[in-house]
Each structure stands twice: as C-alpha cells, then as structure tokens.
Design a protein around this ligand. Sequence first.
Ligand SMILES: Nc1nc2c(ncn2[C@@H]2O[C@H](COP(=O)(O)OP(=O)(O)OP(=O)(O)O)[C@@H](O)[C@H]2O)c(=O)[nH]1
Ligand SMILES: [Mg+2]
Length: 212
Amino acid sequence: MTDEAEDLEEIARKLFSGPISFLKSAPTLQFLPNPDAEEVAFAGRSNVGKSSLLNALTNRRDLARTSNTPGRTQELNFFEVGEPVRFRLVDMPGYGFAKAPKDLARKWRHLINDYLRGRQVLKRALVLVDSRHGLKDIDREVMKMLDVAAVSYHLVLTKADKIKPTELETVQQQTASEALKHPAAHPEIIATSSETGFGIDRLRTAVIDALA
Ligand SMILES: Nc1nc2c(ncn2[C@@H]2O[C@H](COP(=O)(O)OP(=O)(O)OP(=O)(O)O)[C@@H](O)[C@H]2O)c(=O)[nH]1
Ligand SMILES: [Mg+2]
C-alpha cells in the first residue's frame, strides 16, 4: 500500500471510531433532516446486511438495529459522524421484501426511490448485494434508477464470510462486469463481511473518498 492510501485508511478509521450519534428517523420525506450535511446511504434488498454493515463501519454493535427477519429497518435512519458533524450515514428499509404487505412494500419503495432520486446532499449510495446471490433484477432496477438520476453508487458485496474465497472472486468479477454497463456505478466492487471485518477498512476509505 502507498503511504497516501495508508494515511487515508488511518484518517477513516479515526473518524469512524470517533463520535457518531443517531439524529432522527424519517418515516416519510416530510421528516427528512435539513440538508445541511453530506450523506452516504445504504440501499439493498431486505436482509442483505445494511444495518449490520453500518454497525461494522462505525465499530459499534447496536447503533443500527439488525434482525434475522427481513423488514427490520422501516424508516430512513440518519446518523451523524464526527463532532462537529462531518457527514451523515443513512440506513434505509430494504427493497424486494416479498412477504411485506403490499401497501407497506409500496410505501418503502416510494420512500427509498424519492430519497435516492431527490436528495441534493446525497453524495454516494452504497448498493449492497448478498455475495451468495449476486445481482438480482430488483438490484438492476435500482441501479438503473440511480444511473438516470446521476447518483453515484458503489456496489458492495455482503456476507463474504458465508462463501469460499474462489466463489467470492467469481461473484466479484461478474458484478464488476455488470457495473461497467452502468454509468453511475463505481467500477470497483467492495467485498465485505460485517461478521469478520473483512473489507471494512476499504469501505471506510471509499466512503471518505465520496465526500467533498
Ligand atoms: N454471516 C454474516 N451474517 C450477516 C452479515 N451481515 C449481516 N448478517 C446477518 O444478516 C441478517 C440481516 O442483517 P441486517 O443488517 O438486519 O440486514 P438489513 O439489510 O438491515 O435488513 P432490513 O433492515 O430488514 O432490510 C442478520 O441476521 C445479520 O446478523 C455478515 O457479514 N455475515
Ligand atoms: Mg436494516
């Protein structure tokens, strides 16, 4: 690693292990916080590991609530990083939760899409993909929406501890070749495990890089 990359990793690690606090939950767009800080949002299918990754990134166990059952996160949850505040992390409900009541699924879809498309201070979306399953059509739809809205996003593989390294490499390559066809997708695919901490340093620097 170059000195510069090492420095960035160190800065990122310090920032993410410093003060971080819950700001608020927004069940609808009316309740969004004032757009006075840059934001990085976690998107992805229900149960993919968004809340767990937010906790791993910030070195905290229970900042965002996680669960075995899909549909845990039901609102947009805003967390402020740094003091004074440097930026915000936004945990979102999952999409593609087949068992959710239709009205609720629709409500979440609108909330997520409207937020992602219309938020001026959103600097980067992290689109999480379960490394055991790879990209699904519903992920591709979100990717297309982000392309059209010109919201830059990073594809992040989750639960890397659940598959063999060779399988992980294959899914990483497949995902990378699809990412190339999406103008707003970052070409690098970051593989992570919230369980083992694998890839978390890299994700931290990617988040810092996305900010002004
Ligand atoms: N083995 C392993 N399990 C994980 C990992 N990340 C998350 N999980 C598990 O996957 C389940 C779902 O995790 P969450 O973080 O709640 O997922 P989510 O995407 O926030 O889910 P919703 O809020 O319901 O959309 C939990 O049981 C986690 O413990 C990981 O890296 N490795
Ligand atoms: Mg969640």
